[in-house]
Design a protein. Structure first.
Length: 212
């Protein structure tokens, strides 16, 4: 998954503030409870998101793709008083695991999990979004982006995960639906006059996007 060499990734992780025990416990439990622990946002990206949230001081954070709650809890830790995270998850089992981890965290009062297709959840939301983290089915990445940009508050921003897709986005021999969808999103964002963006080479590539 990471685009950087393993030893660089390990060094960066070793020199990043460690996770609190309750978050580490959730990550370890995910490895036992699921067969897809590689999907977990994890230490480096989690700390990165927490830092961005702390800097932006959003009232409302929206996450697309909860899995077992790691990023939702990381972002909740950076929120100002009164801030909240709405996190969207389609899979009932993932949602149940996330609910249990969130309940065991210090931030259960800041996080609301909405179960169902994220596009429907986003369509039902009327309040301005201050920060969004997109990390669900890649085929819908462009749809999530187009749904979120008009909802952004004046200083609102979006982070999109896996935009380098382990380097597959630049391999011309790869043309599966997920890779093509990520390429389409990257092109759209880069040429969208409404926004400014930067791809951070954190883990699998994380684009930060803000309104102009
Ligand atoms: C890469 S994982 C998310 C990782 C998560 N952000 C974390 O902190 O570990 C992607 C998640 O998106 C969910 N998902 C896939 N399609 C979805 C959809 N249409 N709506 C909502 N969630 C979806 C999957 O079930 C999975 O739990």
């Amino acid at each position: 998954m990471p685009v950087l060499p393993e030893e660089i990734e390990s060094y960066a992780s070793a020199h990043t503030t460690p996770e609190p025990s309750w978050l580490l416990a959730a990550a370890r439990a995910t490895a036992v409870e699921t067969s897809s622990a590689q999907m977990l946002t994890g230490h480096l990206a989690g700390r990165f998101l927490e830092f961005v949230v702390w800097a932006l001081q959003p009232r409302l954070v929206v996450e697309v793709g909860t899995f077992t709650g790691y990023a939702a809890m990381s972002m909740a830790a950076g929120l100002p008083d009164g801030g909240r995270v709405i996190t969207c998850e389609l899979d009932a089992r993932h949602a149940a695991l996330a609910r249990a981890h969130i309940a065991a965290s210090p931030y259960s009062d800041r996080i609301e999990l909405r179960e169902g297709p994220a596009l429907e959840t986003l369509a039902s939301m009327t309040q301005p979004v201050d920060f969004a983290f997109v990390d669900a089915d890649k085929e819908n990445y462009l749809n999530y982006y187009e749904a979120l940009v008009p909802k952004l508050s004046e200083r609102g921003a979006i982070a999109v995960d896996n935009v380098l897709w382990s380097g597959r986005v630049l391999d011309p021999t790869v043309s599966d639906a997920a890779t093509e969808a990520i390429r389409a999103l990257n092109e759209r964002v880069r040429h969208d006059d409404r926004v400014t963006c930067v791809i951070a080479t954190v883990r699998d590539g994380l684009t930060l996007i803000r309104r102009r």
